[in-house]
Design a protein. Structure first.
Length: 80
């Protein structure tokens, strides 16, 4: 074998090892990262829903005293 043939063989072997490392190590990590990203997006949507519900509850709490006063005045207006 000539020096050129040895270098080509070593180069191909290194390339095969790098590809094997890529498919066994980096590829699955990228898939896992994509899965975590999807889960994070789901959690963000859930957070937005909860924040909306919280805002609605705060609004209802702020209007409670006015609504209660209206209910009391209507109760007093009804003849017994």
């Amino acid at each position: 074998m000539t020096t050129r043939d040895r270098l080509m063989t070593i180069g191909i072997a290194v390339l095969v090892v790098l590809l094997a490392l890529w498919f066994t190590t980096v590829g699955p990590e990228r898939e896992r990262a994509a899965k975590v990203t999807a889960e994070a997006e789901t959690v963000r949507q859930q957070l937005a829903t909860v924040e909306s519900q919280q805002a609605s509850a705060s609004s209802a709490q702020a209007n409670y005293s006015t609504a209660y006063a209206s209910l009391v005045s209507l109760g007093q207006a009804v003849p017994v």
